[in-house]
Ligand binder design. Sequence first.
Ligand code: GLN
Length: 509
Amino acid sequence: MPTDLTRATAAALADALATKTISSVEVTQAHLDRIAAVDGQVHAYLHVDSEGALAQARAIDERRGAGESLSTLAGVPIAVKDVMTTKGLPTTCGSKILEGWIPPYDATVVTKLREAGLPILGKTNMDEFAMGSSTEHSAYGPSRNPWDLERIPGGSGGGSSSVLASFQAPLATGTDTGGSIRQPAAVTATVGTKPTYGGVSRYGLVALASSLDQAGPCGRTVLDTALLHAVMGGHDPMDSTSIDAPVPPVVEAARAADVRGMRVGVVKELGGTGYQPGVRARFDESVALLEELGAEVVEVSCPNFDYALAAYYLILPSEASSNLAKFDAMRYGLRVLPDGVDDPSAEQVMAATRDAGFGPEVKRRIILGTYALSSGYYDAYYGSAQKVRALIAEDFANAYEKVDVLVSPTAPTTAFKLGDKLEDPMAMYLNDIATIPANLAGVPGMSIPSGLADEDGLPAGIQILAPATKDERLYSVGAALEAALLDRWGGPILDRAPELGGVAAAKGA
Ligand code: GLN
């Protein structure tokens, strides 16, 4: 156990808590101190709930003291993405339109965290309504990448990834509609899983695109991520798309860390042009390591993946335009009265509120989606996109006849500079070129760090994909590769990130 509790893995904290070597109050306080010291620079949290977290920690310590048997992660604190409703705690989804809204209920994922005894440190920053790859679309300002504060921590879940990479929480939650768990993990040298669609409840998640959204676990190691996956996952009668089956054996797989005899397919279409050389190099090295570990590696072609991005940017805005219709100035948060209108109509209030409350990216997608769904265009756009979606699912099915898992780089580049892609939506969208196919097909995916790119010394990620409901395979491959990379780099890749506390102290923060 490191003397600084914020540097410990969730698994190590859980063990020390179970043997009463440390208390949950100590662990929680250590993280709250760390937040106070560094979040001024990182801006990973939108809301910190010190009192609530310490109260939960005290309750867990008391229950443990009374000899109650508790769940594995009981007492380990966590950060929650602000897309998940939290009873009594603000939930803004990174939008002005939800400013001041205090949900009257918990998302099922949050209920599960509370029941398992994980103190909730606070809510993490995100692109508005989870639209983006950088957190720059947050109405509350961007989060920063702890590797370089002038760079993006990925998005939309950049708050959760930067919380982990700056040791402000040992665990965090995310949601992944097109890559928002995996891409932030890749650019910060952390780990994130998008489970099989339906594997984790969507009840209480502010919906972006309901057929693509999936909540999942974020951690600094594969085992930590598996432990959290086991807590978050499982059937929920409140979500009609939830899978009625036990959570796949993710923790066992992470502990076994065995890839011997596994068939690994390198996706031909996810690589090559557009991918940064250093990202490619770390990917090729990881694939070679998998082969050394006893996996059988082959190349697999998924020809329709070339159309995934185009299909996604029709299906997502279509569903989003419908989901966001509920922000009507009557039910939640913000209400703006139109200027210079006496006795405005409901429609005028709605228009003024949506104009003031939604940012430019959200408006862009509502307009795109409304257009794609309008009569006369529905078949040409939305209908065609749905056909492409079926073809992509077929590509996966064909691939999984030959291999057990697929691999690719997670994101085409390392973290870019804040502002670099903000004015160019297409450039921003291209960040998810490798992650989107999994959402369209509903299959699970994970990103783990693959090393640092030679050109810029920044983290790169490798993505592992598995067939639906076979999430445990991600953890077998992820944990085996993580161990091999630990040897290759002489320790966790994240240990090479600059020490923010030091920077804060030097600046007198
Ligand atoms: N970056 C993608 C988008 O902007 C993915 C978002 C997500 O997964 N929530 O749509």
